[in-house]
Design a protein around this ligand. Structure first.
Ligand code: 13P
Length: 250
């Protein structure tokens, strides 16, 4: 069985004081619920602090460069993340695809670089509102998924997939549990058909897009939803704890 995961993506929010508050409350909470992998994704500047303070949860970078080292001003390598003890990296978030030129090719390079050093990419995929309206959601998600995984050989568990429909991110408009489950089941069927049944069975698929304390439990109760990638609600500690508990109750 897949262990549920809840990851909180702070995006460009938070500061050291918030990270301290979070660790005080979340270490205790994550330890008490036990059966969930809780992950916090702070801005790069606070990763060392979060990683040092985290006892019963893990840390994730929001981005990484795929090159080993060199003249890439402002960038962070996978080796640097590993050096800190960071376990996960968000790759291909729609905000990076839209605003920072993370093309499918760049995303595939990042996924390969992260897996090569035994960190786990949380690969984000998802369609825009226009693509959904045009009936292209399945096609878009399949293309993003397979192109991101083209340079790696998987046995299962090396990657976490996050389905984040762009129209649901930061809008307060969550996909309905049925809409999300439909795409999650499809993602799993693509993994089974194109890679292997084992990879499909072992890959955790998270839902992201306006997950809240109110909506988490019903979303997570869907068969192919293995937890969530939470933006705004991960900045409210009480709400984030409620969302983590919702995954524990599965
Ligand atoms: P919101 O939960 O704020 O919609 O953000 C989702 C997201 O982009 C997480 O990566």
């Amino acid at each position: 069985m897949r262990k549920p995961m809840v990851a909180g993506n702070w995006k460009m929010n938070g500061a050291s004081e918030f990270a301290s508050l979070m660790s005080t409350q979340l270490n205790q909470h994550a330890a008490s619920i036990g059966s969930v992998d809780v992950v916090v994704c702070p801005p790069t500047l606070y990763l060392a602090q979060v990683q040092n303070d985290a006892i019963s949860y893990a840390s994730a970078a929001q981005n990484v460069h795929f090159e080993e080292a060199g003249a890439y001003t402002g960038e962070t390598s996978v080796a640097m993340l590993k050096d800190l003890g960071v376990e996960y990296v968000l790759v291909g978030h729609s905000e990076r695809r839209e605003m920072f030129a993370d093309t499918d090719a760049v995303v595939a390079n990042k996924v390969a670089a992260v897996i090569a050093r035994s960190l786990v990419p949380i690969l984000c995929i998802g369609e825009s509102l226009e693509q959904r309206r045009n009936g292209e959601a399945f096609e878009v998600v399949k293309k993003q998924l397979l192109s991101a995984l083209q340079a790696v050989t998987l046995k299962g568990g090396e990657v976490v997939v996050a389905y984040e429909p762009i129209w649901a991110i930061g809008t307060g408009e969550t996909a309905t549990p049925e809409q999300a489950q439909e795409i999650h089941a499809y993602i799993r069927s693509v993994l089974a058909a194109e890679i292997s049944a084992q990879v499909a069975e072992k890959t955790r698929i998270l839902y992201g897009g306006s997950v809240s304390a109110a909506t988490a439990a019903e979303l997570f109760s869907q068969q192919d939803i293995d937890g969530g990638l939470v933006g705004g609600a991960s900045l409210k500690i009480a709400d984030f704890k409620t969302i983590c508990s919702a995954a524990a109750d599965l």
